[in-house]
Design a binder for this molecule. Structure first.
Ligand SMILES: [Zn+2]
Ligand SMILES: [Zn+2]
Length: 124
């Protein structure tokens, strides 16, 4: 008989999405919540789960935060939660965009413009 089992860890995306104005890249994005856990499987069936951790990722720049297990559990149970900045422990800051922006309207300037194509403001 061959014993097939082992410990693995897995990430699961939770049903959560919160629109934010990102403080890292100052764009609009969505916060997504992931649960990561370690599990023991026997014959490909997970029999035990533990070590749950919850992460939050922003879709705009990929900043990563951790949140407390308590809040994570409530999100997993489907409670309607609004995350505030003090719930988020920064783990990794995403890449803020280096695209130059119009100082007047914030339009992204991909190219060499003398005037903003959005608002017509002069650019230095
Ligand atoms: Zn961002
Ligand atoms: Zn502009």
């Amino acid at each position: 008989m061959i014993f097939i089992g082992g410990m693995s860890s897995k990430q699961e995306k939770l049903d959560f999405g919160q629109s934010i104005l990102c403080s890292v890249c100052s764009r609009f994005g969505t916060l997504e919540v992931f649960m990561e856990y370690t599990y023991l499987s026997l014959f490909f069936i997970p029999v035990m789960k533990w070590n749950r951790r919850y992460y939050v990722r922003s879709t705009c720049c990929g900043s990563l935060y951790s949140i407390s297990e308590e809040i994570g559990e409530r999100i997993r149970r489907g409670e309607h939660i609004t995350l505030s900045e003090r719930d988020l422990q920064p783990l990794r800051q995403g890449q803020a965009s280096f695209v130059p922006r119009c100082p007047r309207c914030g339009y992204e300037l991909e190219g060499d413009f003398r005037f903003c194509p959005n608002c017509g403001g002069p650019l230095k």
